[in-house]
Design a binder for this molecule. Structure first.
Ligand code: GTP
Ligand code: K
Ligand code: MG
Length: 439
């Protein structure tokens, strides 16, 4: 699987900076760095070196050079880092020197791709690294780090191992039915499939919390015109993101702000007030409001205390919807709206906003992420695990040993797609290790 070329890329952000890190990986790394820096430093020790241009020997920069010989490097290949002075001209000059010595600019994700191909990490860990780079909030960072650290790789890898063993036993039961192998191997495979299916199903029944944390939550604010939706959005955002006015029907487009609540990234969407609108543009705004509320992970239904609750918004009051009674500075909040005790708030005076923030943070924690559990984070994971569960159920119900075997094999392929690691050798290994057939 080893790549034959040497790649390099700027590993630090683009633009001016105190230090820029150029990273190299591939078979030519050692020779290229030795040529530039006049020799290789001790492995994994930072060493201050002058970098010389390969053609005229001109000093390009004074840099910290780090040399990571494979296979114990990030990519599994010979790799190096050059910590340069962070000016664009320095980066360009050293980059040109690397190219003239035979390295080529890396494609996006190519270092991690090589790490995967060289068996340094499985696919889920590689995804964790991508998520770690994109993480905007604490909870996202923690989840991504866990995944990059191999939490899902260990969980799924463990399942792959168990399933491989089940399949090997099942195959052995078929192939060597005549020999003196334990006769209940087939029953064991079925029972094992059932236990594994229950475990995977429990992992799938996580309410989508890992995926939600990775994607962020969508919270939609719904209510009649002038209920104070835009005022609440602005109060929560701490800035005048949406236009507020006493005229009903002010907001037309959906106005979104990004917040972090309890470490969960949240998109808060303010929408057009719900009513029978004559105006074509307002009608479109209301259509968008409804659509956004349907997509939302959480809906805030806003009522104003100085008018009777409107039927359009009342229709949205259902379990899971957070009901707000706004403008409590004008009139007291009713005890119930649509059968639910509303949260009394005033976007104008700020009353109840702390309680609202706490409610939202509580909902964010409930809907997204969860302490230390290793949660699946992508639809890709869910699809592959659903497939595996379906095949395991098939294996349990299959009437013939060969069909059990086939279904187990399909389940294993589904799990293999998840981690990116599974081949026939894995099955043969277990057959030979566990049974020593053929000696
Ligand atoms: N007294 C009082 N007035 C409020 C409060 N919240 C909003 N308002 C006023 O109510 C009016 C409507 O507020 P908006 O935030 O524009 O209401 P909206 O629900 O976004 O209205 P549309 O965009 O038209 O659907 C404005 O005059 C606000 O100043 C409140 O808590 N107390
Ligand atoms: K308004
Ligand atoms: Mg508005």
């Amino acid at each position: 699987m080893t790549a034959t070329d040497t790649i390099f890329a700027l590993a630090s952000g683009a633009g001016r900076g105190a230090i820029a890190v150029l990273r190299l990986s591939g078979v030519g790394t050692g020779a290229i760095v030795a040529r530039l820096a006049g020799g290789l430093p001790r492995p994994r020790h930072a060493s201050l070196r002058r970098l010389h241009g390969p053609t005229d020997g001109e000093v390009l920069d004074e840099a910290l050079v780090l040399w990571f010989p494979g296979p114990g490097s990030y990519t599994g290949e010979d790799s190096a880092e050059l910590h340069l002075h962070g000016g664009p001209a320095v980066i360009a000059a050293v980059g040109a020197a690397l190219a003239s010595l035979g390295a080529r600019p890396a494609e996006p994700g190519e270092f991690t791709r090589r790490a995967f191909l060289n068996g340094r990490m499985d696919l889920t860990a590689a995804e964790g690294i991508a998520d770690l780079i994109d993480a905007e909030t604490e909870a996202q960072r923690r989840q991504a780090l866990r995944q990059a650290d191999g939490a899902l790789a260990r969980l799924y890898g463990g399942w792959v191992e168990r399933l491989t063993r089940l399949l090997a036993h099942q195959e052995a039961a078929i192939e060597f039915a005549e020999d003196d192998l334990p006769t209940d191997l087939g029953d064991q495979a079925r029972a094992g499939a059932e236990a594994l299916r229950a475990e995977i199903a429990a992992h799938l029944a996580d309410g989508g919390r890992g995926e939600r944390l990775r994607e962020g939550l969508l919270v939609a604010i719904l209510g009649a015109p002038n209920a104070g939706k835009s005022s609440l959005l602005n109060a929560l955002a701490g800035r005048e993101a949406a236009i507020v006015s006493a005229r009903a029907g002010t907001t037309r487009d959906v106005v979104e702000v990004r917040l972090a609540l309890a470490g969960v990234p949240v998109t808060l969407a303010d929408t057009a007030g719900l009513r029978e609108a004559a105006d074509e543009i307002e009608q479109e705004g209301i259509r968008r409001a409804r659509r956004r509320a349907e997509e939302a992970d959480l809906v805030l239904a806003v009522f104003a205390t100085d008018v009777a609750p409107d039927p359009e918004t009342l229709a949205w009051v259902r379990p899971g919807v957070l009901v707000l009674a706004n403008k409590v500075d004008l009139a007291a909040a009713p005890d119930v709206i649509g059968g639910v005790a509303p949260l009394p708030v005033s976007a104008r005076t700020g009353e109840g906003l702390e309680a609202l923030r706490a409610c939202l943070a509580e909902a964010a924690t409930r809907l997204a992420g969860a302490g230390d559990a290793a949660l699946l984070t992508r639809p890709r994971h869910r699809a592959a695990l659903n497939d595996a569960v379906a095949w395991l159920a098939e294996a349990e119900a299959a009437p013939l040993p060969e069909l059990v075997s086939e279904a187990l094999r399909a389940a294993l392929r589904s799990l293999g797609r998840l981690t990116g690691r599974i081949g026939v050798e894995d099955i043969l290994d277990v057959v030979f290790r566990d049974f020593c057939i053929g000696k």
